[in-house]
Design a protein around this ligand. Structure first.
Ligand code: SF4
Ligand code: SF4
Ligand code: FES
Length: 267
């Protein structure tokens, strides 16, 4: 007769780990305990899949690429927002209990799946790039530094880990209406830095709307968003702080102030 291995002990090819996984839905739920096999080279998503295959066939989890590129397997591991597919089991001690919970800033649908619709609403609130009217294709050569600057922001996989960790909304549901969150303030910053964006010709001042419509002032540059970004985008240093600086320059520039008095923004 074989006996089940105790957690943390080696079974030759691997070991058995202790997991706590949040199970439930919008009505409520709690942590459920599991002991599960772990093999060399596995990531947390492998373990969640093994739980589905062997112990909890109805465990809900969202994933797609298993390569850190689709941004759909976002959850919290030991309280830290992470991608399940990019978190190696080897970063944990073998005798450590690993707790997996859904993203805290968004409403739970079921188990590890949350409704991230807040982010899509915020995305829609950011006016898109405005192409310059009189410039034909091929008439403008982008400078490499302009390409490089926005290329960093284009690496975003929309995992919303930064949105989840930002304290402005994480514990303050009431701020969600006024605050777009780091991912979308970064989008505003990217468009505002774009040398060809002609939004101003349409009467849209992105620096002013960043403050007045997307809640830039709520951000107190704690850099928590930067710390959890799986693409290592320097959200705070390269997008939010420069946008804040430009917004402040604009507010206190006497010529801008005079211009704002004379010209009304076109609707
Ligand atoms: S730096 Fe700003 S946007 Fe990023 S987590 Fe902190 S408060 Fe939120
Ligand atoms: S900025 Fe980084 S953390 Fe935020 S959604 Fe994009 S990839 Fe995810
Ligand atoms: S499954 Fe695509 S990022 Fe994890």
């Amino acid at each position: 007769m074989t006996t089940a291995p105790t957690t943390g002990t080696s079974t030759g090819t691997g070991y058995t780990a202790r997991f706590k996984v949040w199970r439930g839905d919008a009505e409520g739920g709690g942590l459920e305990d599991f002991a599960v096999e772990v093999n060399e080279g596995e990531v947390v998503l492998d373990i969640i899949h093994r739980l589905q295959a062997t112990q909890a066939p109805d465990l809900a989890v969202r994933w797609n690429c298993k390569a850190g590129k689709c941004g759909s397997c976002s959850a919290e591991i030991n309280g830290r927002p992470r991608l399940l597919c990019m978190t190696r089991m080897s970063v944990f001690e073998r005798d450590e209990t690993i707790t997996v919970t859904p993203l805290r800033a968004f409403p739970v649908v079921r188990d590890l799946v949350t409704n991230v619709g807040f982010n899509y609403e915020k995305a829609r609130e950011v006016p898109s790039f405005v192409p310059p009217e009189k410039l034909a294709p091929g008439e403008y050569r982008m400078q490499q530094e302009d390409v490089d600057r926005s290329q960093e922001f284009r690496k975003c996989i929309e995992c919303f880990l930064c949105q989840d960790t930002c304290h402005v909304v994480r514990d303050h549901e009431e701020n969600k209406q006024a605050f777009a969150g780091p991912r979308f303030l970064m989008r505003v910053a990217e468009l505002d830095m774009h040398p060809l964006d002609a939004a101003a010709d349409e009467g849209l001042d992105r620096k002013t709307t960043a403050q007045e419509e997307h809640g830039l002032g709520y951000c107190n540059i704690t850099k928590c968003c930067t710390e959890v970004c799986p693409e290592n985008i320097k959200i705070t240093d390269n997008a939010l702080i420069p946008l804040k600086e430009r917004a402040v320059d604009r507010k206190y520039d006497p010529l801008v102030w005079l211009g704002n008095k004379i010209f009304r923004r076109k609707e």
